[in-house]
Ligand binder design. Structure first.
Ligand code: PLP
Length: 223
């Protein structure tokens, strides 16, 4: 069995059934995705539009693609209708554009809103107060072709486990707040995507139900 297949099998054994595993295949060739696919993996994550579009065209149609990178507004059209979940909706403007383009294309797009709690300035996402304000505005009710299915977030890039745990805990708290306030309007708001190769165990302890695993499945990336 290939190393990739072994890693997939290992993750499937240790991650409980209620947690989705997204194999983050960015920067890796289609052949490596196929190794994971043949081991039964169906959720894959990509972060660059061009690369995603090429792989989506070439690879089996039953793959569920999660788009997890910063999505520029001028590239929205290219991904609409091809994703199972866009996890990285990081602004109201992007959300509205996704909705308009989905409506035009006659598809429903599932999204997560990305939350920014990490220390790094460079990370994208709604700040917690911004996210709450968005829901309080009630504007989400007007979305016609977009389902907000939950939240995605990243912890600060650090070895400080308590810091990581605290970041995840804040995202989880926000998730529960939104879910309890708007469960009637947003019945599909159930997904919380947190955790990567280095911190997925902490993320799961803090309530994650989607983990996005790249290097621990495919090995290191050569950028
Ligand atoms: C690259 C990436 C991952 C996977 O990172 P690994 O550390 O390789 O597991 C997860 N989430 C996002 C948003 C990414 O960009």
């Amino acid at each position: 069995m290939s190393a990739i297949a072994q890693n997939i099998r290992k993750f499937r054994q240790i991650v409980p059934p209620g947690v989705e595993i997204v194999a983050v295949s960015k920067f890796h060739p289609a052949s490596m995705i196929m190794e994971a696919y043949e081991a039964g993996q169906r959720n894959f994550g990509e972060s660059r539009v061009q690369e995603f579009v090429e792989k989506e065209r070439e690879l089996p149609k039953d793959i569920r693609w999660h788009f997890i990178g910063h999505l520029q507004t001028n590239k929205v059209k290219a991904v609409i209708g091809k994703t199972s979940l866009i996890e990285s909706v990081d602004s109201e403007r992007l959300l509205e554009l996704i909705d308009r383009e989905s409506e035009k294309a006659g598809v429903i797009t599932n999204v997560l809103l990305q939350v920014h709690v990490a220390a790094e300035e460079a990370k994208f996402g709604f700040f917690p107060e911004e996210l709450k304000a968005y829901f309080e505005s009630g504007k989400f009710v007007g979305l016609k072709a977009t389902k907000i299915c939950g939240l995605m977030g990243m912890a600060t890039n650090t070895d400080d486990v308590e810091r990581i745990r605290n970041d995840f805990s804040r995202i989880h708290t926000l998730f529960e707040e939104v879910r309890s306030l708007y469960s009637e309007q947003l019945p599909e708001f159930t997904k919380l995507s947190m955790g990567m190769s280095g911190d997925w165990e902490i993320a799961m302890e803090e309530g994650s139900n989607i983990v996005r695993i790249g290097s621990a499945i495919f090995g290191e990336r050569n950028y």
